[in-house]
Structure formats: C-alpha cells, structure tokens
Design a protein around this ligand. Structure first.
Ligand SMILES: [Zn+2]
Length: 387
C-alpha cells in the first residue's frame, strides 16, 4: 500500500514521512484512530515506505521488489497479529498464526480498510469477541529474535491492540520497550483507555483523526466512478462521521435497496402474469441464492410494498416514503392489493421471514411463495375487474 492509496490524513502522512527523513522513527508506535479512519492502511503505507529501496519524495516507489511484496501484504518481514477465537476449523488454542490466510485475504479484499466486526464475521465467530492470546505474544517475541529475512526493517503490526490479554501484554513489555534493531512494532487501536498503561507508555502515540467530509466524498467519487453523483457522495460523507467503512456500508445499502425494488417488481410481474414459468423459475433460483439475511431483508421489503399499497389505497400517499420510480410503481401496484388478498399477502410474506429465520430450504420456500402469491394476485385482479 502506498501513501497515495490512503484516503486523506495529510497531516499524519507528513508527520510519518518527516520522522523517516530525519531518521527518527520510533521502534514502537501506537496508531490510535476510530474505525474507518485508516489506521491500518497508514501503518502499511508507512512500513512499505520505510522498506522501499527507491523511495520517492513523499511515497514509496510501488515497483521495487520490496514494494511489490508489500502491495500484496505478503512480505517475509511483515507480520500480523490480531484477535482470534475458537472456530469451526480451529477448535482449540486459536492464535493469529493459524489464521494468516484468512487475514491476508480479508485485508486484500478491503484494501486495508477493515473493521473489527467484519473480521469476526470473516472468522465466523458471530457476536463473540476475539482475543490476542499469550501464545500470540510468544510468537511475537520469537519473531523479533530473528534478524530481518531480506528487508531493512522487520515489521510487526498488532491489530486491535485493546484485545491483548493481560498475560500477553506482560510478555510483550520487554519487546515493546527495547525492540531489537531493525524492528518496527505498530500497535493499532481504537480505544486508548482499554490498552493497559504499561503497554501504551512504551509506544509513541500517533493520533489518527476522523476523515474530513470532503476527503470521503472525493474518495467515493474517485473509487466508484459512475456509481454515485457528487450530491449523493456528499450526503454519504456527511452521514458517515469521518468513517470510511460506514460510508461504504451506506453506499451498499443504496445498492441493496435498488436491487430489492427491481427484483420485487420483476417477481410480482411474473406472479401476476402467472404463465412464464421459465422466467419465474429463474428468479426463484436467484432469490434462493441470496443468503438468509438478504432474503429476510428482501421479504421485509415486500411487506413494506404491501403496507405502502394499503396506504395509497386509503389515500394516505403522503405517508409513503419512497423514491420517484418506486412510488410510480407503487401507484400502479396498489389497486391489486385490496381486501380480497391483502391480509393473506401480508401473512404469507411474514411467515416466509419466520421460516427463513428457522432455516427453511430457500428453493422450496420461494417456489411455494411464488405460486401462492400468483394465486393471490389473480384474486386481486378479479376484485379490480369486478370494480
Ligand atoms: Zn519501492
């Protein structure tokens, strides 16, 4: 990762670069920043710069053999320690060493902009917290005992240092205090007060502030050209409170909302027509593959459409919250949700959410639901025709 790939944070970059130029790089540093401010990307860009064999003014070269390895986060002298927990594949004695592949894939996919909760999701440990164990600390001490393999500096990045067990922290104190020559240890954390004082007093503090609104807005437009306009980028930047990951999440929700609208409309049209089994089967397959959380949100979106249709039928249009194209659709769809079928439609979608939560087979569920909804749409149509 180069500094140019790190969003904003000009002041921090300058400070890090100046410490390198003046040859005053502290051996142990604590990068402290809220989620989505880029603490890990900054650490990686800094480590890459320090190891670059042809550093440019203000950034690493990006092309020397060291940079090439660093760009993939896979350099023999770059080590990661992070919280882990028992999982399906590692049931006993979890530690960072056993999850390197998952970790590297995770930070590559996210270009270094990772969150603690996304890491736990990747590990598959749900709502449980991970820990940096004493065995991880032993591993660090062991790593530091060897000279760098090929780089100028051996770098150890400790992600979420507040998850260090007390026993792990104690084992690390000596290494943090007097690391061997040619070593850089970067602790990354969000909450200063959760790191034990003996650890934080041994590290030079690098504070990483929330990103500025224009920095997020600009980065969204640069990284996702054509996906959103300047106005929406500004809006998302404002809602994200300086947290790049939150801005991305909000953007994904936009996408998801769009998808649900388009898919639901298509699905209802097919149910309504009731004779294009090939197309209907295709959409059933697609919905079956969404994953349970998305299936639930999709069906909840369907409930929302039924609810809005009822409001429109009761001339309560003003209470309908929807975008222009969505509202347009609702106005056309609403008449077919009427007393002949509204209660059953509502119950059917509600029950489907219930069954998805209880691990129903999605293929069978969406097929069954489609045929029942098709019948209900026919009832609604007859009611409209009967006036
Ligand atoms: Zn280089």
């Amino acid at each position: 990762m180069q500094f140019k790939d790190v969003i904003g944070q000009q002041a921090v970059k300058e400070r890090l670069l100046s410490s390198a130029v003046k040859n005053r790089v502290a051996h142990t540093q604590l990068f402290l920043g809220q989620e989505g401010t880029g603490a890990l990307p900054l650490a990686l860009a800094f480590a890459q710069y320090l190891n670059c064999t042809h550093p440019q003014k203000g950034d690493s070269c990006g092309t020397c053999p060291s940079c090439v390895k660093y760009q993939k986060f896979a350099h023999p002298d770059l080590h990661f320690i992070f919280p882990t927990a028992g999982t399906d594949s590692v049931k006993k004695n979890p530690e960072s060493k056993l999850f390197q592949e998952e970790w590297l894939g995770f930070i590559r996919r996210n270009n270094g902009y990772v969150t603690q909760s996304a890491w736990y999701e990747t590990l598959g440990i749900g709502n449980r917290q991970g820990t940096i164990y004493a065995r991880d600390a032993n591993e660090i001490v062991k790593l530091l005992g060897f000279k760098p393999y090929e780089a100028k500096l051996k770098v150890v990045v400790i992600f979420q240092a507040e998850r260090l067990q007390v026993s792990a922290s104690n084992k690390l104190l000596k290494s943090l205090e007097e690391p061997p020559d040619n070593t850089l240890i970067i602790l990354i954390a969000e909450k200063y007060e959760m790191i034990i004082p003996t650890v934080r007093s041994r590290a030079q503090l690098v504070k990483i502030p929330p990103l500025k609104k224009p920095e997020i807005s600009r980065a969204l437009l640069q990284r996702f050209p054509g996906k959103l306009d300047a106005e929406r980028a500004d809006e998302l930047a404002g809602l994200s409170h300086g947290n790049w990951n939150l801005a991305l999440d909000l953007m994904d929700q936009d996408d998801e909302g769009d998808y649900y609208f388009l898919k639901f409309r298509e699905w209802m049209r097919l149910c309504f027509r009731g004779n294009d089994y090939v197309a209907l089967n295709k959409i059933i397959q697609e919905l079956s593959r969404l994953g349970r959380e998305k299936q639930k949100r999709f069906l909840t979106y369907g409930l929302h459409v039924v609810h809005n249709s009822l409001l429109i039928n009761k001339k309560q249009d003003a209470m309908v919250v929807a975008r222009a194209d969505e509202k347009d659709y609702l106005l056309k769809f609403a008449p077919f949700v009427n007393p002949s079928n509204q209660k059953q439609m509502y119950e059917l979608l509600n029950e489907a959410v219930y069954h998805i939560e209880r691990n129903a087979h999605p293929g069978a569920l969406f097929a069954d639901l489609s045929f029942q909804l098709a019948d209900l749409m026919q009832l609604g149509r007859k009611a409209v025709q009967a006036g």
